[in-house]
Design a protein around this ligand. Structure first.
Ligand code: SAM
Length: 216
């Protein structure tokens, strides 16, 4: 171990952070459904961090963009107060059917989730300004600039923006990468970085989590 390079140490500790999280049967079952449907779920360590952030922010009103089959939803709900409501948006009806199964397996009370099946770009414009405590973005990176701009609008002062896969699968810092997904991920990060109301940080968990707190 003493011969490790810093990069090897980082990889080893990242693997430890993921392996240290034990998921319950409902999460494990949801992960399998996600793999079958091609909806990649957040990594276990990312999920645990989502719970921590939701609890720290005492997030009662949460929006999730990209439900998938509901793995990240379960992690968010675990950190929210029992009175909290998760509004989760996905354009794929099949994913929402699977997410309902996930929530039933986890015995989530029906009133705690509001599933909106539709294009997030349309749905988000109907959500009220400055009304949500936490917004979690986990859809296709190409749409991140729109999702982040809308999230900034609907977050209440003091609210928290969290963007999964902020590295666009690891290409964001590659100077030669200029494909549309990478450019979109950079644009989304710039929207947050250039907004004086936000205090951002990039957390190296999973494929990178961008977290930013809005000023009170
Ligand atoms: C990576 S998966 C979400 C995984 C989920 N957050 C989890 O951890 O369990 C991305 C989701 O975004 C949805 N999606 C696809 N196209 C979209 C679009 N244009 N806008 C928003 N979401 C989209 C997909 O249907 C898919 O369920």
């Amino acid at each position: 171990m003493t011969d490790e390079t810093p990069a090897q140490t980082t990889d080893r500790l990242n693997a430890y952070a993921e392996a240290a999280i034990i998921e319950d049967d409902a999460m494990t079952g949801a992960r399998l459904r996600g793999e079958e449907l091609g909806a990649r779920a957040v990594s276990p360590a990312t999920g645990a961090l989502l719970s921590l952030l939701a609890r720290t922010a005492n997030a009662e009103h949460v929006v999730e963009i990209g439900t998938g089959v509901g793995v990240s939803s379960l992690w968010l709900l675990a950190g929210m107060p029992s009175t909290g409501i998760l509004t989760t948006i996905d354009p794929e009806a099949e994913h929402h059917r699977a997410a309902r199964e996930t929530f039933a397996d986890a015995e989530i009370a029906p009133g705690r989730t509001r599933l909106i099946n539709g294009a997030p770009t349309d749905v988000l414009t109907r959500l009220a300004d400055e009304s949500y405590d936490l917004v979690f973005v986990d859809g296709p990176p190409l749409s991140y600039p729109t999702f982040v701009a809308e999230s900034v609008r609907i977050l209440r002062p003091g609210g928290l923006l969290v963007v999964n896969n902020a590295s666009a699968d690891g290409t964001i810092d590659d100077r030669d990468a200029a494909d549309p997904r990478t450019l979109a991920a950079r644009e989304a990060a710039t929207i947050v970085a250039e907004d004086d109301r936000f205090l951002p940080a990039i957390v190296p968990v999973g494929t990178g989590l961008l977290a930013a707190a809005k000023a009170r």
